[in-house]
Structures are given as C-alpha cells and as structure tokens.
Design a protein around this ligand. Structure first.
Ligand SMILES: C[S@@+](CC[C@H](N)C(=O)[O-])C[C@H]1O[C@@H](n2cnc3c(N)ncnc32)[C@H](O)[C@@H]1O
Length: 290
C-alpha cells in the first residue's frame, strides 16, 4: 500500500478544489441566511465562506481517518445524511471515480445530489432498519445526524452503519460532545428549558436529548465521549480508530470506526514473540520469586 509513494491522503486536500462543483441549491438548509449585522456578530465573512469552509473541514476529518487507517483510495461512499451536498460535493471532488450514495429524508436534497454530483439517490427512512440499502461501503460519512437523535435511535444508526461497512471500511460520524455544553451559552441550540434538561441527563448518564419544539423524534443530543466509546465497544467486529473532540471545524466531535474485528479470528492466533513471552513468564503465577 503506497502510503509514502506519489500520493498520500493529504494530497486530496490540495487536489480536490480543481474538481469542486460550486453550484449551491436554493433549498440548502445549511446555507446561513442571516443579515449582514448578524453575520458580523457571529464572526462570519459571508455564507459562501462559512459553507465551503465547513464542507472542507468534513473532508479534512476523512483525510485524517484515512491516514490513521493507512488508506490511499476509497471506491465507494455513503453520505447519510447528504442534505443538499455541502459535504458530498467535497467527496465527489476528492474521489472522482467513487460510487457515492446520497441518502437523506429530504427528497429534494437527494435528487439535487444525484443530478449535480452524479450520486446514486437513496431515499431514507426515520428508522435505519427501513432504509432501502443492502450494499456495503468503504467509507460512510455521517455529519450532523446523530446530533439530532435520541439515544435509542443514535445507537441503532451506529450499529446499522457498522453493518453497512465493507471489510476494512471506515465510518466517520459526528457528535455533540463536551464542548457543545459550553457552546450553547453563546450559540443556543435549543430553548433554555430543554437545554437544561439535556445537560442534566448528560451529567447523570453521559447522554441527553430533547425534541425540538413541534418536531417529534428530532431535536438536540449531547453525548460525552465515554458514552459514545461504550457504544462502539459493544461491537467486536469493529475497531475504534479515533475520538477527536471538536474535530469537525472545531465544533462537533468526530468518531472514526474501522471495520476490523477486535477479536483474533480463530486459527490466526500466533505465539507471542519471544521477547514478550520472557516478560510474561517472569510474572506468571508460580514463577520463581513469587
Ligand atoms: C443538519 S442537516 C446535515 C446535512 C448534511 N450532512 C450537511 O452537513 O450539510 C441534518 C439532515 O439530516 C436529515 N435527516 C434526518 N433524519 C434522517 C434520517 N433518518 N435519514 C436520513 N437523513 C435524515 C435531514 O433531512 C437533514 O438534511
């Protein structure tokens, strides 16, 4: 695997812009639609600057995950939720030959991604078990979805994503972590009463969630890294590769899961190298000196 050959994952960050499609859908919910005064107050130059910076920041998390996994190519990608392609456009530009599935509940977003970025359209479902996808992918990107789901659905999605990974595939998903508890004070995610309820649950069990007003089953979740790590630990067919606090553009945490069993497959057990065996024998029960 030519990690130190002509191409490394870091080259993607230099090369992708040449192929980037910059058309933005008028229906894209991720475009900041604030007046100039509000934009200045929140420290943003323009919606374009913010939109493309956040998109590139997602690509950077993926490139970091590829470096950790020593991967230089990705042939198939699932972007769920794709929205109107804020990140999917980056994936298309970075991996021009990849099969990319665009999946969201927003049918207009899915169609826009299929039309504009050559993605395979997949119309999602609220419950992951009902999503009409049976293929597996070398990369699954899930930006800003689990940050809106309750604990049961969050866990169901993590399991469903791991099931949809090809062997050695990478799942990169985002989480509102410890920093979000502070960020809310300056940039509220939800009304104060609901936020206090979320924060109290986080303090008690590591995870808190409340629906947005008038949006059943969709709201704001915050989870401590330890709660998320525990979810991944249940899966012995996967390896936790990274938990990067504020890894997506200094805001949401980024979690990287690798579809590599943590168990040694039967028949592949190897004797420990002699240097460790010696150390082990010294401290084994009944060894001399004990
Ligand atoms: C905050 S947006 C993020 C969109 C995109 N990832 C981005 O960063 O631009 C959340 C998206 O999740 C989608 N969504 C919510 N529940 C979903 C589900 N069960 N399956 C797929 N998409 C879902 C919404 O329609 C919305 O487009």
């Amino acid at each position: 695997m030519p990690l130190f050959g002509a191409k490394t994952p870091l080259d993607l960050l230099r090369d992708y812009k040449r192929r980037l499609v910059t058309e933005v859908s008028p229906d894209d919910q991720m475009v900041l639609r604030f007046d100039a005064g509000t934009m200045a107050r929140i420290g943003e130059k323009s919606w374009q600057d913010q939109y493309f910076r956040v998109g590139e920041a997602a690509l950077r998390t993926i490139v970091r995950a590829m470096v950790l996994a020593e991967k230089t190519t990705i042939g198939s990608i699932l972007d769920l939720p794709c929205g109107h392609g804020r990140v999917l456009r980056m994936l298309r530009a970075a991996f021009p030959a990849a099969r990319i599935a665009a999946c969201d509940l927003d049918r207009g977003g899915v169609e826009f991604c299929a039309r504009t970025f050559g993605a395979v359209p997949v119309h999602s479902a609220v419950d992951p078990a009902a999503i009409p996808l049976t293929d597996t992918f070398e990369l699954i990107w899930c930006g800003s979805l689990l940050t809106h789901l309750d604990a049961a659905r969050y866990a169901a999605f993590v399991d469903w994503f791991i099931d949809r990974l090809a062997p050695d595939g990478l799942l990169v998903f985002t989480n509102h972590g410890r920093w979000s508890l502070d960020y809310h004070r300056t940039h509220p995610y939800i009304d104060e009463e609901r936020f206090q309820a979320i924060a109290a649950e986080v303090a008690a069990v590591g995870f808190g969630y409340r629906d947005y007003p008038a949006e059943p089953e969709y709201g704001i979740s915050i989870a401590l890294p330890s709660w998320v790590v525990h979810l991944v630990e249940r899966r012995r067919d996967a390896t936790l590769l990274a938990y990067h606090e504020r890894g997506w553009g200094h805001h949401q945490d980024v979690v990287v899961v690798w579809k590599k069993p943590i168990d040694v497959p039967p028949g592949l057990e190897r004797p420990r190298p002699a240097i460790y065996r010696g150390h082990h024998d010294k401290f084994a029960p009944g060894a001399a000196g004990q």
